[in-house]
Each structure stands twice: as C-alpha cells, then as structure tokens.
Design a protein around this ligand. Structure first.
Ligand code: FPP
Length: 244
C-alpha cells in the first residue's frame, strides 16, 4: 500500500518549509563536482512541488540560497545562479499548467541581474495561480529579514506612537502573505535551523531525515507528513487542554 493512502487529508500542514541539504555530499559520493549534486537536486524540487500540490498543501517554501552561501567557491555560486534562471524558465509552463504561483523571498535586489529578472518574470507570469504557492528563499537569511523588518518599522515610526504589535511587525516580514509553516523538513542528517525562517518556525514541527536532497522522493515527503500527523501540537497548552 502506498504511504500516500495513510495520509489524513483533513490534517495537512498548510505550509511546509524545506531546507534542501546534502547536494554536495551526494555528488562527492559519486566522485562528481558539487554542482552535479545541485543539478540533480532540481529533480527533487520538481517531484516535491508536484507531490505537495497533489496532496493539497497550500504553501511550499524551499531554502535555495542563503546570504552565507556567497562564501562558496565562485564557480559553484555562478552555476547555482544559472541553475535558478534555467529552472525557473524551464518550469514556468508546468507551474502555470498546474495553477502554481511562484514567489521568492530574500534580498532579491542583490542577486545577479539575470537571476533577479527571471524571478520577477516568473512571479509576474504566475501571479494569478491559486492552487499552491511555491516560494524560493534566495539570498535569504532570517536575521537579515528581521533586521530589514526593523528598519522598515523605523521608517514608519510615526505610524506607531505606542510601538508595534506582534501582527504589525509580522506584516513587515518577507512572508507577510503566508501563514507560518506547521512543518519544517531538513534533509541530509543535519539537525540545525541555519538562519531559516527563525520568526516563522516558532511553533513548527521539525522533521529531520538522513536522506540527501537529490535522493529525496515523494515517499520521503509522505513520511514527513505522516510524522507531522502523529504529533500533538500544544502551543504552550497542556496535552489535556489540546485534546478537549
Ligand atoms: C545545499 O546542499 C543546497 C543548496 C545550497 C542549493 C539548493 C539548490 C538546488 C537544489 C537547486 C534548486 C533550484 C531551484 C530553482 C529551486 P549543500 O551544497 O550544502 O550540500 P552539502 O551539505 O552536502 O555540501
């Protein structure tokens, strides 16, 4: 029996965030350059996007490039940037055919011009799609996002004579248009958050798997959802209060 049939469709996370990790190690295991791992990671991006949309997940957010990733060798960074442009171009038709909206979060303006322009084009061409929002976190880090939000609030300081509320502050975050992720998946056996969605992951269930990202299949995604569904989410309450 497929794992998919075990999933309770009435208890799906609305938003799943993913740290796609392990591309470099996957390539190394095959004695290939790291970028070989990234290009094979695109297949998993495609499979998991399709799988999440088919299940009925509304938001899928993928950590594709962090503000720290610029420290990698220039050849790897350049190849990754090209891969983003190529993938967005190549997948646009499929995104539109499947009613999937493309979004990006991060310091986009500081990306290379062609990467920035392809993202803007991709977002514009899919902006009316409603089935699922696929968000790429690119040149993103949560600390950058929070400091950026603080700076925006300071610019608007005259609007908030009494200080900002939780909801007002959230409206300045990159993710203002989406709910917080109920589930965060990280591949490759690392048990860290790595500066990803620090505000938004406050109450998320965290799921770690040893599978390297290029090997991550639809069944691995179903396993993560099933693990999420087996957990009791308390939000600070007692188990008894939650069960009522
Ligand atoms: C982390 O693995 C992966 C990345 C920094 C890049 C992820 C990008 C892709 C999968 C391409 C996706 C394309 C689009 C359009 C979303 P790592 O290099 O840190 O692996 P390692 O820890 O084994 O070295």
């Amino acid at each position: 029996m497929s794992l998919k049939t075990e999933i309770d469709l009435n208890n799906l996370p609305k938003h799943v965030a993913v740290i796609m990790d392990g591309n470099g190690r996957w390539a190394k295991e095959r004695s290939r350059p790291r970028v070989f791992g990234h290009s094979n990671g695109v297949k998993s991006v495609r499979d998991i996007t399709e799988c999440a949309a088919e299940l009925g997940v509304s938001y899928l957010t993928l950590y594709a490039f962090s503000t720290e990733n610029w420290k990698r060798p220039a050849t790897e960074v350049n190849t990754l940037m090209k891969l983003f442009v190529q993938t967005v171009k190549k997948e646009l038709k499929t995104l539109n055919n499947n009613n999937i909206r493309l979004k990006a979060i991060g310091n986009l303006k500081n990306l290379p011009k062609d990467t920035y322009e392809s993202l803007i084009y991709g977002m514009k061409s899919t902006e009316n799609n409603t089935r699922m929002t696929l968000t790429l976190a690119l040149n993103y880090s949560a600390r950058w996002e929070i400091v950026d939000a603080v700076n925006q609030v300071m610019n608007d300081a005259n609007k908030y004579p009494e200080g900002v509320s939780h909801d007002q502050f959230e409206s300045y975050l990159q993710t203002a248009h989406m709910p917080d992720p109920e589930l965060m998946i990280r591949t490759s056996g690392e048990h860290r958050i790595s500066n990803y969605l620090l505000w938004q992951l406050a109450y998320s269930e965290l799921y770690f798997t040893d599978v390297l990202w290029p090997d991550f299949t639809k069944d691995d995604f179903y396993k993560a959802i099933l693990s999420y569904q087996s957990r009791e989410r308390r939000f600070g309450k007692t188990g008894e209060q939650v069960k009522k």
